[in-house]
Design a protein around this ligand. Structure first.
Ligand code: HEM
Length: 379
């Protein structure tokens, strides 16, 4: 049976994003090497703490309660990053549904834990945030538009993250699988937004290293800052908050794209199906060619399961209207079942002025198009 595009979180993205989170979570235990991120590194190549100049991760390791930061956030983040991609492997879901269900509850519980401990870290002021959470950053007046603090944007993200988490669990419990899939993908993307934020920060660091090619004085003059730790830290706090906005924007674009694709495909799949059947019904004397195509399109769309279920369907579509002889049907029978449609489409047009190869072509197109379009959309 041809089905419309289903929302998915592709492994192409999940695996690298999980790898980024794993790396950061490990650094949450080991710290980062000061050689690269020391107090003297060029502006925008670090996220330095404004008094000591050390990288924020190293500062946090010395100041945050480790039971919270490592025990209830970084360590669960490692498990989450390993288990979440497994939820999106189709074969795992098909062959080990019990594993999918149990793993799902584990991952979603960790999602909840991560959000609770994440917000607790913000509340305990161990995150890299501005004193005033309602502050708008704009690189110390260098840019005309501003963006909210790291803290505020994370708080605004909370409803999306938590609502999608709640709907994923709710639809799993009611066994509304199609809706469950949508919310599971949405929640996954909303959680990977955290990883996209770290990737965005990486891009900012790369830009910082590119800027470091120019003479330091010129760069500082351009940025209107002194060569001090606190001046550099202040600008880096702006970019740290900017990384959040970049990560969340990519996640929104990703999720909206998935929702739109699923919506469009359902609409176009349903519309094409209805259009073909309605036009056949409405045309007072449809040509045999249109009739043949419509029958094959219907068969190609509704066939579900292996070849044998297809035999009576094809027989009623081709032999019953008198387009093919029962004998021809049996001759074609040992071949691959769907290819029948091509083989029998030719004799179907033998009594018309159309060339018989058109019948073969229409039979093949009608049977295979729904499946091919599905394969293309779900790639
Ligand atoms: C709403 C959900 C979440 C909130 C509010 C949150 C919040 C936070 C905060 C405030 C920090 C410290 C940030 C800083 O000062 O730099 C942090 C660190 C971290 N978070 Fe989360 N988090 C959430 C979800 C997640 C998820 C889903 C993961 C995924 C695996 C994750 C993995 C990590 C890791 C590995 C760290 C430590 C390394 C680092 O700071 O980059 N978090 N989180």
């Amino acid at each position: 049976m041809a089905l419309p595009y289903q929302m998915r979180a592709s492994m192409k993205y999940l695996i690298p994003l999980s790898a980024v989170m794993l790396l950061l979570a490990i650094m949450g235990f080991t710290g980062v090497p000061n050689v690269i991120w020391g107090p003297d590194s060029p502006v925008f190549t670090s996220t330095r703490q404004w008094t000591t100049g050390e990288h924020l991760l190293n500062w946090r390791l010395r100041n945050a309660p480790l039971w919270l930061y490592q025990g209830l956030h970084a360590a669960p983040a490692i498990t989450w990053s390993l288990l979440m991609p497994l939820q999106h492997i189709d074969r795992f879901r098909q062959y080990w549904p019990t594993f999918h269900r149990r793993n799902g509850y584990v991952v979603l519980s960790i999602s909840l834990l991560l959000s609770m401990t994440g917000y607790l870290m913000i509340g305990k002021r161990v995150a890299h945030t501005h004193e005033n959470i309602f502050h708008f950053h704009n690189l110390s007046g260098l840019l005309p538009i501003g963006w909210p603090s790291f803290e505020l944007s994370l708080i605004c993200w909370g409803p999306i993250y938590l609502y999608s988490l709640f709907r994923t669990i709710q639809t799993a419990k009611t066994k509304d699988i199609a809706t469950h899939r949508k919310w599971a993908v949405t929640h996954t993307i909303s959680a990977y937004a955290i990883s996209l934020e770290r990737v965005s920060l990486g891009v900012i660091y790369i830009a910082g290293w590119a800027l470091a090619i120019f003479p330091k004085n010129a760069v500082h003059r351009f940025l209107r800052i002194e060569d001090t730790i606190s001046a550099k830290a202040s600008l880096e706090l702006d970019t740290f908050a900017l990384a959040n906005i970049m990560g969340f924007s990519i996640a929104i674009w990703w999720a909206v794209n998935e929702w739109r694709r699923a919506q469009q495909s359902t609409t176009s799949w349903g519309a094409s199906f209805i259009a073909i059947l309605v036009s056949r019904a409405k045309i007072s004397s449809p040509t045999l060619a249109l009739d043949l195509f419509a029958n094959m399109y219907l068969a190609g769309t509704v066939k579900f399961g292996g070849g044998p279920v297809f035999i009576p369907l094809l027989r009623s579509c081709l032999v019953d209207p008198g387009w093919a002889y029962s004998r021809d049907f049996l001759i074609g029978f040992p071949g691959p079942i769907s290819h029948f449609a091509v083989f029998l489409g030719a004799p179907a047009l033998r009594t018309t002025s159309y060339p018989t190869f058109l019948g073969a072509f229409l039979g093949g197109l009608g049977i295979f198009f729904p499946g091919i379009s599905l394969a293309r959309q779900t790639r």
